[in-house]
Every structure is written in structure tokens, then in C-alpha cells.
Design a protein around this ligand. Sequence first.
Ligand code: ADP
Length: 284
Amino acid sequence: MTTTAGHTPNTEILRLDDVGKRYGNVNALRGVTLAVRQGEITCVLGDNGAGKSTLIKIIAGLHQHSEGVLTVNGEEVHFTSPRDSLGRGIATVYQDLALVPLMSIWRNFFLGQELRKGVGPFSHLDVKRMQRITGEELTKMGISVPDLDRNVGALSGGQRQCIAIARAIYFGAKVLILDEPTAALGVKQSGVVLKYVAKARDAGLGVIFITHNPHHAYLVGNHFVILNRGLVSLDSARADITLDRLTNEMAGGAELEALSHELSAPGTTPEPAATLASARPTEG
Ligand code: ADP
């Protein structure tokens, strides 16, 4: 079977085996095993302190793992800088740092990879070509921006995330890490961003979608991994899990059940854990 983009799905691009990370005495991650496949979205869920940022930093080359094996396309890697990770086709879109607010949309799109024309000291930025390509690429993604000279700061958080995703795809990312792309957004904007997350998947990228929101994860995810205090507490393909169970597991499952009993006032029936879980505020 091939996707619309002509890729064979399920090819593993990136893999962590038994990966651990210690910061001094703190065990931020222990025994983390997970796979990222081409044309799939792997959602990594977890509460604050679960180890999500540590995981991103290891894959993005900002921090090195203390234990275990990180593999890209079947080859073991040891990243010592973000450049190493980028060189392997891994692009990371951070929530607040995706783009430079005081620069135009097209400048942001080509930031660090500007096109020039002419040679040597007489070369200059090929503004027209960068503007044209930015326009074409955004249109391809279904993003309509009437004025590419506008500063990115004037765009909504959702639009900014979408432009950062389009840029990663254009520059040939094979793996896209999205760090809580919907955490600061309202319902409508989250929907727009999720649409582009799905487009990245359809373009054949392996997407790692970090979130604390099981509802957003379930809308687009093919695979779900929950981190809990540095350990993988759940690893499930979409076919094997319902949204209710994912929400419940994310909220702490058994711990929540116990809390529900503890908190029930005398003479009242305790709330089932699943109800508590779905009542948990998940919108950032
Ligand atoms: P999350 O992103 O899920 O909130 P983090 O990866 O930031 O989780 O943190 C996981 C654990 O590692 C926490 O206990 C946190 O305090 C600890 N930690 C993270 N970064 C550092 C660091 N640079 N030095 C020491 N401890 C850290």
C-alpha cells in the first residue's frame, strides 16, 4: 500500500531503544522505547515533568542521552548538536520560537537558507524568487496569506505554526517534531494547526506530535505513547485504543480512580475515573 504521496507507510525512520537521560541525580527519562514511521503521526503525551521536553531535546540534538540507542534509518546516531539532527532530516518546531516576529513571512520562510543571485561580493538576496516560492508553498498547504511582506508578529499563533510546518516540509524534513503546537491556541485555531499536522503526515513525513491534550492527539494520531515521570506508561496503535481510554490513561488511570474514591463525600456515589478524566481541562 502507498500513500497519496507515493511513500510506503510504516517504514521506521527513527527509533529509540531503552533510552534514558539523567541530569545529575534526576532520572528525566528511563527505558524509553518508541518508533517513528514514515507517513505516520506518533503522539507523545504526558503531564508536566513527564519528560517530553527531554525527549525532544535528545532527538533534536540539544542534549545527549545517557543510556540506550537512538537510530535514524537503521543507523545508530549520537547527536552532539542540533545541526547533526537537522542534517539527518529532523526538523523541530518549538511552540514559541518557530519564527521571528519582526521579520516578514517570506524572510522567515527562508531564514538561514536565503536564496541569493549573482556571485561573490556582488551577490544579493533573490527577493523575488523567495517571495514566489513562499507563496507557492503556502498555497500548496492551503494556507492563504494575502501579503507575504507582512511581519510574522501580525499573524495568529496558529498561522505561525502552519508556516513553520510548511517551511520544514519545503526544506526536506523527514521527521518533524512538533512541541505542543496547539497548547496556546483556542479550539478553532487548534483545528487549523491539526489540519497541517495531518498534511505533513500525508506528505510522507514521520511526525512526532508532543501534546498534553488527548483529544487533539486522537484527532490525528496513528500511534500513542504516554510518558509518566520519565517512563513509558502506554504505547498503543490507534486501532488498539479508544479516546476514552487514552484520556483516562493520560489522566493517571488507577491513581485517578483512587483519588475519586478518596474525594467522594459521605453519601455520594464516586465519579467514575473516566468522567473525571474527560472533565480535566485540556485546552491550553
Ligand atoms: P516535560 O517536558 O514533560 O514537562 P521535562 O522533560 O521538562 O518534562 O522534565 C522531566 C524531568 O527532568 C523533570 O523532573 C525535570 O525537573 C527534570 N529536568 C528537565 N531538564 C532538566 C535539567 N536541565 N536539569 C535538571 N533536571 C531537569
